[in-house]
Each structure stands twice: as structure tokens, then as C-alpha cells.
Design a protein around this ligand. Sequence first.
Ligand SMILES: Cc1cc2nc3c(=O)[nH]c(=O)nc-3n(C[C@H](O)[C@H](O)[C@H](O)COP(=O)(O)OP(=O)(O)OC[C@H]3O[C@@H](n4cnc5c(N)ncnc54)[C@H](O)[C@@H]3O)c2cc1C
Length: 423
Amino acid sequence: MAMGNRFDFLFAGAGILGSSAACALSMELERRGEKASIGVLDLDLEGEHSSTLKNAGGVRATWRNRANIELCKYSIDFYETISEIIQFRELGYYWMHGSASWKEINENHPLYVEYGLPVELHAPGDVQRIIPLVSNTEDIDGLSISRKAGLIDHYSLREYYRGSAKARGVKFIGGCFVNGVDARDGKARAVTAYDFGGLGKGPGGFSDAAKEILTKGAPDGDLPMIEFECGTFINTAGAWAPAVAKLYGFQDDEIKPRRRQMVVMDAPDADLSAYGMVIDTSDVYFHQEGTGILAGYSNMDEPVGYNFDFSFGGMSEESQFVKYIWEPLYRRMNGFEKVRLVRGWAGIYAETPDRSGYLGKVPGYDNIYECAAHTGRGLMISYGAGVALADIILDGKPRSELKHAADLSRERKAGALYEGLHL
Ligand SMILES: Cc1cc2nc3c(=O)[nH]c(=O)nc-3n(C[C@H](O)[C@H](O)[C@H](O)COP(=O)(O)OP(=O)(O)OC[C@H]3O[C@@H](n4cnc5c(N)ncnc54)[C@H](O)[C@@H]3O)c2cc1C
């Protein structure tokens, strides 16, 4: 086994949350005039199969719980300052609600007012005036428009965090699949990882190899290993966080990986460029993406597992694309008569029982922290989550603007943080 480096802070997982937290930690240490080494390990730094590169780019703060609202609002305030770099199109969230989600957003609305979030609630009779493409308002109980919301480019945001972290000396190390954590007496001391330095030279390249490992949880056969000593260990392995947790002896029965699928289609007669994200009562969410429309639908009966297979293909009547995406859009709006499925993909979504993520210190350990499984909001929450985690690591608690982020601790002192407006 090769003896590697020592890092004061070592992250497992360089997706949007690992990249953001490493960036925030390095900035906060710099601000305090403190020097520390920070490393971020990932199997695949490009992250082709990470949830970060599979998502819909949606950003909003309309949640039920203060923790999620504060983290998203703090993040959006920041995204507004770098909007050109991350292609933040603050064009709003237009949500056509059925009865349950209309009730939910009305109940949450006083909290949005308290936080200064501009969220408008409109009667069904206003829908066609606001979105003239809507041809049918059947089963719409109301329309909410969240103005402090819209779309960002996940790749640019991740690269922004990484660039800023690297400028402060953070090392991002690819080809490392963490497979052991030496944690005795509640303290992580060292981490071992398979070293995939040589991968990527085969016919399928790195992409296929990484997908296989992320599906099966381990490589086939023996590989060289590398060791890293660490002062503090941080689990930011996304939907793979439970497997990393197991390495330090923490049994995580809460985070479940589930497949989510998205498509890009040509719909030449539908121009949605004036809106950010649009959501139908059927829960199909969609937005303009260049000259096409990007759309997703979350099959709630999808079995748990690391499944990257795309099954929404085809234009036949039986196809899932037609059933779950095209038909609901065709019924709701003009402009979806002529449609061509261009491409699609499946990504892994990290679900939790209350649909809120975990952020904070791992119970039972002195120096192990986590930020993972923020379900459908890992991207939108990422700046605030990184800052809150850095505060918790350095000070034991988040700054006052993010004080409810402490509720996302694994122990959930505030009780379950169930989110109803979830896709
Ligand atoms: C279809 C879809 C649509 C979505 N839409 C939105 C949206 O509109 N808005 C939004 O905010 N969120 C959305 N999400 C959720 C969002 O994408 C995730 O919450 C977010 O990307 C999670 O980031 P992460 O850094 O925790 O995980 P990831 O991006 O998955 O990163 C985890 C990293 O850990 C690495 N890793 C895993 N195991 C190991 C190991 N043992 N050793 C080393 N590295 C390891 C992986 O290679 C990966 O790069 C969507 C998700 C999906 C699937």
C-alpha cells in the first residue's frame, strides 16, 4: 500500500456539496488567518454519473422547514452575485398546483413573507393570462409564482466552487474510491482508497468503469490502494454516503438511492423562454433548455437501488416518455402537439424519510461530519450548505442567518423535517 498524504480536512465526494463545502471551509480559514490542508477525494472528478451532473438545474426557496428555506435563500442571494458565471436565469418557478400542493403552499406562505421571499398565489382563472400556452385549467387549484427562483447551470457552479477552493490550496484528487476509514474511539485517523490512476485507458474509458463501481459499490478484483491521514473526515458522497458511513461504523438506514429520469425534447411550437421552471399538477416539471424543452417526472414507485438505465425512451403509446411526460403536457398546453424525444438520462436521487438532507456532525464521532442526501435540493442549497457545514466544523454551530441548518443534524432535535412540495 502506498503511503499518501495527510490532510487536516479530508472530504469523500467532490459533487456539488463536497466542492461547495471545501470552498467554504477554505474561505473561512483564510478569513480567520488560519492555515490548514484540505483534500477532496472522488472516484471520478468529472462526475459523469454523480447526481450533480444529472439534475434539472432548478433553484427555489419554497419549502416548509426553516432549515431548507434559510439554506436556499442564502444560496440564491449568493447566486445573484455571480449570475453570469453560473448562468443563473432568475425567471421564477411557475407551479400549477393540484389540491394537496395548493393547500401546502398556502400553509407555508406566511413563512415566505417572514423571510422576504416574493411568492405570488393566483387563482385558477388567472393561469391562462399568466401562461398563455395553457389550454386547459382542469384540476388546477391555483398557481404559485416564486420570483426568487429559476435555473442555474450545475456544471458551472461546481467548477466555480472548485476554482475558488483550488485558489486557496484545496487539492481535488480523482481516481480515488474510498474503501476504508480507520475510526477508533470515535475518531477518524486515516482513510484508504482504491487508486484508479490507470483507469480510463480501456475501450469504455473511465465512464463505464466508474458507472460499474458506483452501481456495484466495489471494483472487480484487486487494485492498488492509497492511504490518507486526516484530522477531520467529511462524508459528502451523495447517494453513496451510507456506504462511506459504514466504513466508519455508522449504520445509515435512512438514505435510499432512487433512480430519477429526465428528457430533452424538441417541441418547436412551445416557447417557454419567459419562464424558469414550470410544474404541472401531474408533477411533470419542465423548462426551456436552448431550443428544446427539458422535462422530468419522478416515478414514486421506483425501487431503491443504483440504477442508471434510461427507460423513458420511445415514442410508442406504451412508452414511459409518452405516458409520464408527453401526454400530461399535451393535455395541459398548446405547442406540444409536435414533439420529438431527443435524449434522456437517469440519475441517482438520495431520498430520506422526511425528504430533508443531513448536515452536521455524525453522532458518536469527534471528527466526522456529513453533508448528504438533500434529495431534490442539493444544487439549490449548495452554497448555504457549504457555509453552514464549515461553520459547524469550525465553531460547532452555523452563523445566525443559517441557524436552522442545525436542525438538519442526524439527530433532528427539531423533529422530522417533512417536505411536501417535493418532486
Ligand atoms: C434527475 C434529477 C433531477 C434533480 N433536479 C434537481 C434540481 O432541479 N435542483 C436541485 O437543487 N437538485 C436537484 N436534484 C438533486 C441534486 O442533483 C443532488 O441533491 C445533488 O447533486 C447532490 O450532490 P452531492 O454532491 O451530494 O452528490 P453527487 O453529485 O452525487 O456527488 C457525490 C460524489 O461522491 C463520489 N463518491 C461516491 N462514493 C465514493 C467513494 N466511496 N469514494 C470517493 N468518491 C465517492 C461520486 O463519484 C460523486 O462524484 C436532482 C437530482 C436528479 C437525479
